[in-house]
Ligand binder design. Structure first.
Ligand code: UT7
Length: 324
């Protein structure tokens, strides 16, 4: 018997305010045509004044718990993936735990930027497999709009705000790929590429929050290679082939990266969940947002084999194979 972390519920939250490319073009030297052609993005959601990353996270977790038919008091572990926490410390996860959990259970943040959700899922899965938690909430939540340089058109048009969450619960499996739950996770990083995608501030450097800086072309090139490799690694580890995959739920950075990765893998593009057009790059939130979209509209069903993949600053990248 093998302990598996089964996805019991998914939930998403996007702030009310929507900014279209055309609206953005009134204040930024850009056009709807350029943004759509180069990234596939049509609009992004922007958090309201006073709204915090924990507020977005709590809204997504509330929906995921309702979907699971569970209560926050049933949860043993809260993990929040975010690069835009409410404060430098304490962890945003502690706020989520205080709002929804029972006092005393562990809560902490994971910092792996756009790969944060895959990293957080791996950590929670390992807690469950080690018997340290029977249930866990894993959240990706970001307010990237607060760390964008709105005068830098090469970055500010690409990101948005949002949150997504999953509820995991331990179940006995047979140790086979027919088991429900997280079948494997694969994490990587290469800090030599620190300067390709970073924020130019922080507590121990500038004592400011800083703004996103990116060498877009280089990141793009690395992304396609690393993402396809991470998926291939997950397939090999589980002895399944790309044709066994029901859905690819990728980090939503750029529609062209999604298309190129699917092409490299020989995956039917119809099996890729695409939401980047709707909410731009929401960093750690983008995978659970896409997962929730696929589950909500009935495309992703119980028993489906789903591969998650992401790549972000660090560089960090990784994948997770999950049977829903
Ligand atoms: O989530 C973490 C991972 N992040 C990513 O995966 C992002 C990866 N990178 C990308 O998605 C793409 O590289 C971008 C969407 C960022 C850029 O696309 P690109 O095809 O690599 O464009 P580029 O940077 O080579 O820029 C082409 C041109 C430049 O003009 P010149 O030098 O050719 O005259 C830019 O100045 O487009 C110009 N440009 C813009 N024009 C209008 C750059 N940004 C804009 C803009 N509006 N917003």
């Amino acid at each position: 018997m093998t302990l598996r972390s089964v996805v019991r519920g998914v939930g998403a939250y996007l702030p009310e305010k929507i900014v279209t490319n055309a609206e953005l073009a009134k204040t930024v030297d850009t056009t709807d045509e350029w943004i759509v052609e180069r990234s596939g993005i049509k609009k992004r959601h922007i958090a309201a004044d006073g709204q915090k990353t924990s507020d977005l996270a709590i809204a997504a977790v509330t929906k995921a718990l309702a979907h699971a038919g569970m209560d926050g008091k049933d949860i043993d572990l809260f993990v929040v993936a975010t690069a835009t926490p409410d404060q430098t410390f304490p962890a945003t996860a502690a706020r989520v735990q205080a709002a929804l959990g029972r006092p005393g259970v562990p809560s902490f943040d994971i910092q792996a930027v756009c790969s944060g959700f895959v990293y957080a899922l791996a950590v929670a899965d390992n807690f469950i497999k080690a018997g340290q938690a029977k249930t866990a909430v894993v959240v990706g939540a970001e307010i990237f709009s607060r760390i964008l340089d709105w005068t830098d058109r090469t970055t500010c048009v690409l990101f948005g705000d949002g949150a997504g969450a999953v509820v995991l619960a331990a179940e006995e499996g047979k140790g086979e790929t027919s088991d429900r739950g997280v079948l494997s996770t694969h994490l990587h990083s290469d800090g030599r590429h620190h300067d390709m995608l970073y924020v130019d501030g922080g507590p121990s450097t500038t004592q400011t929050t800083g703004h996103v800086r990116m060498k877009g072309k280089e990141v793009f090139r690395h992304a396609v290679v690393n993402l396809a490799d991470a998926v291939t690694e997950a397939l090999a580890a589980n002895k399944v082939s790309i044709s066994d995959i029901d859905w690819l739920v990728p980090h939503q950075a750029n529609k062209r990266i999604l298309d190129s990765t699917a092409h490299k893998l020989g995956l039917d593009p119809a099996k890729v969940i695409v939401t980047v057009d709707q909410h731009a790059n929401t960093s750690a939130a983008s995978i659970p947002l896409a997962l929730a979209a696929g589950v909500d509209d009935g495309r992703i069903k119980s028993g489906d084999l789903v591969i998650l993949e992401a790549m972000g600053g660090g560089f960090t990248w990784g994948s997770a194979l999950v049977r829903m």
